[in-house]
Write a protein that binds this ligand. Sequence first.
Ligand code: R5P
Length: 288
Amino acid sequence: MSAGNSIKYCMDWGMKNRISRIINPETGRCVMLAVDHGYFQGPTTGLRNLGESVNPLLPYADAIMITGGALKNWINPAMNKPVVLRVSGGNSMELPDELSDEVITTNIEDAIRINASAITCSVYIGSPHQRQTIENLAKIVNEGNKYGIPVLAVTAVGRRLSQEGGKDAKDIVRNERYLGLASRICVEMGAHMVKTYYCDEFEKVVAACGNVPVVIAGGKKIDELDALKMAHNAVSAGARGVDMGRNVFQSDCPIGMIKATRAIVHDNAPVESAYDVYVMEKARSGKQ
Ligand code: R5P
């Protein structure tokens, strides 16, 4: 039995039930709405008033990825969407070369009190604090396994010093080699779901994760049609859906974008039909 299968069959009922709340058992896929950006970006565009932006989108999301503080401030506890709770932080945009310096900020008891359906933290492979962030992941996997709470591991792409160790920092290349490496490390640490970026040859990243479901982040805001193409390419390559933020809440029609994304993820809609969903919603809401 492969490592992925072994994890799958060892999950207890609560673990399976929580994952089923996030990944729709009928389609095997998921449209997660990521709105945790403030934990290191502050009041980022589209989330300045998080409640105003996010509450209208909740009916169309399968799950919401958020910090405990944002949840308590802006989201009504009567809502009934599964929460994927970010439990790491300690970094900020003010120190871009130290973005990888994350620690665990929220304990498992608070996650349980919040009724989290999953917990999440980032790993920064190839960054100065790589080991610390892998330890963060391992720690929350151990805690999550104790209580039947699954862990979504996020492969963050930070920055690293050049080989020469000088002042020059360079971006880590988002290719299948790097993202496959980072995602596989998350799987080996026992993550129950992996969130990573889309890249060419994405099927190799999915294959590197065995039976562990992989979802993609949207990344920086791009043109709506391009974002939908990316979601389509990702699920065609085996991704189990998206955990998208900026390409939804920074769109000129966020409801149109999340509905269009749902059409791709859950209905296998072609990109053109999904884009029509976005265009029609935009027209309907008078934004055109
Ligand atoms: C990033 O650190 C956060 O985990 C975001 O939730 C993640 O980047 C996904 O959001 P986006 O689609 O905006 O990239």
